[in-house]
Design a protein around this ligand. Structure first.
Ligand code: SUG
Length: 418
């Protein structure tokens, strides 16, 4: 069996819009009411996947969910065309694009039964995200139907769970047994802490992890209050490397000493607040980068263009490259449409370390498939959506038909309905 890290990106859906639904996500609030560009957004996402392929990596994709979610509205006794704008916006959100929030993944080497475990996230804190999980679960059960995987229902909604965005794994290599680190929040000043420790503990039990190789670490309240609504806005890990902002964790010294006790090979790369203030780290999404091991063994950081446009961040990156530190290359990708809703390169992907032969091939992409997907996007995705005018028959039909055309292309229509 060949273990590889596969990044599954959420294809940016045809209903992508800016409705300002996420309190504590500063970009979402700032861009509320702006006109979105779903076609451009999805093409940016496809180019990001293409760039990963060009780096020699295995790339996967998840489909947009059915929008508007009429079933969810029906459960609320509402109908899309006649309900309030606020409820309609919650039903129309394309937020499943941020696949890092789809699930928490424990690769096979870490689990007692030697299977790769996935728990779909309940995302219960934000109404527009709380109805993603049933359709996300349907895709996970399809993509990971092989015996090599165990796919779990969400943890009960008493405890908020936002999936892999609050989870890190350290290991000598993706194929080795790792240390799984769950990051939870307690409070975030004026903003909600979205990951509850009890959800993280439940997942660790359900995934049959070894308690000796599992850690629960508290996210800094200051970081949440500054706009780091998920830990992956201030820290990212890959193999032996932990790349984090000085202010990412509630108690940095204790966190690092607990990690080192369990994972002696740690390579810790810290960015000091004096070099990159928390505000710059959050607006540029320096840590919401994909930290990837290339086939050559070198580590690359895939950052959004906003990092190049933020002087403190770009200076730090150049200095790190010159110092021959653990990150050897920096690649820049344009995902501005997603960034304007608080979703960077790392938000857009769910990492699964597994044998690619065990994944349903309809969820894996190559250049030809990406070309064909780009054609469907270019002809079917709306060019613009005015977030104030979501309740339009024409828009609803366009969004439904666009998704249906993509499912047809990927031979998924039979299995993923509306
Ligand atoms: O949950 N934005 C998402 C962004 C998720 C980013 N994910 C990670 N950090 N892994 C969120 O806040 C914007 C919705 C709106 O305003 O329309 C939104 O949901």
């Amino acid at each position: 069996m060949t273990m590889r890290e596969i990044n599954f990106d959420g294809l940016i859906g045809p209903s992508h819009n800016y409705a300002g639904l996420s309190l504590g996500n500063l970009a979402s609030t700032k861009n509320a009411g702006h006109v979105s560009r779903p076609r451009e957004a999805a093409l940016q996402g496809i180019e990001k996947m293409r760039a990963n392929l060009e780096l020699g990596l295995v790339q996967g994709v998840f489909m947009p969910l059915p929008r508007p979610n009429g079933g969810w509205l029906a459960d609320l006794g509402a109908d899309f065309m006649t309900t309030t704008h606020a409820l309609a916006a919650n039903a129309m959100s394309a937020s499943s694009m941020w696949a890092a929030n789809a699930a928490t993944v424990s690769p096979a080497p870490d689990t007692e039964d030697g299977r790769c475990h996935l728990t779909v996230a309940n995302l219960k804190t934000m109404p527009h995200r709380s109805h993603e999980w049933p359709d996300t679960l349907a895709q996970l059960r399809l993509a990971f139907a092989h015996d090599a995987f165990a796919v779990h229902d969400p943890v009960p909604p008493a405890f908020g769970d936002e999936g892999a965005a609050n989870f890190m794994r350290l290991a000598d290599s993706h194929a080795d047994t790792g240390l799984e680190i769950f990051v939870y929040g307690v409070s975030g000043g004026p903003y909600p802490a979205r990951q509850h420790i009890e959800a993280s503990r439940a997942i660790a039990r359900l995934h049959k992890l070894d308690p000796e190789r599992t850690l629960f670490v508290q996210q800094s309240e200051k970081a949440i209050a500054a706009g780091a609504f998920h830990n992956d806005v201030v820290a990212v890990a890959n193999e032996r490397t932990l790349f984090a902002h000085e202010k990412a964790f509630a108690d940095k010294d204790d966190t690092l000493s607990r990690i080192r006790d369990r994972f002696a090979g740690l390579e810790y790369v810290e960015v000091a607040d004096a070099d990159v203030p928390l505000a710059d780290a959050i607006s540029s999404y320096l840590f919401n980068a994909q930290l990837l091991t290339l086939p050559t063994g070198e580590q690359t950081l895939v950052v959004p263009t906003e990092c190049r446009d933020t002087p403190s961040v770009w200076k730090w990156l150049q200095a790190h490259l010159a110092s021959n530190g653990p990150i050897r290359r920096v690649e820049v990708v344009d995902v501005r449409q997603s960034m304007a809703n608080g979703g960077g390169p790392a938000c857009l992907r769910l990492r699964v370390a597994c044998d690619p032969d065990t994944v349903d091939p309809r969820f894996l992409v190559d250049h030809d498939k990406l070309d064909a997907m780009a054609k469907v996007v270019a002809t079917r995705w709306p060019e613009t959506i005015d977030g104030r005018e979501l309740q339009s028959e024409t828009l609803v039909n366009t969004v439904r038909q666009a998704r249906a055309a993509m499912l047809d292309l990927l031979d998924l229509s039979r299995d993923l309905s509306d």
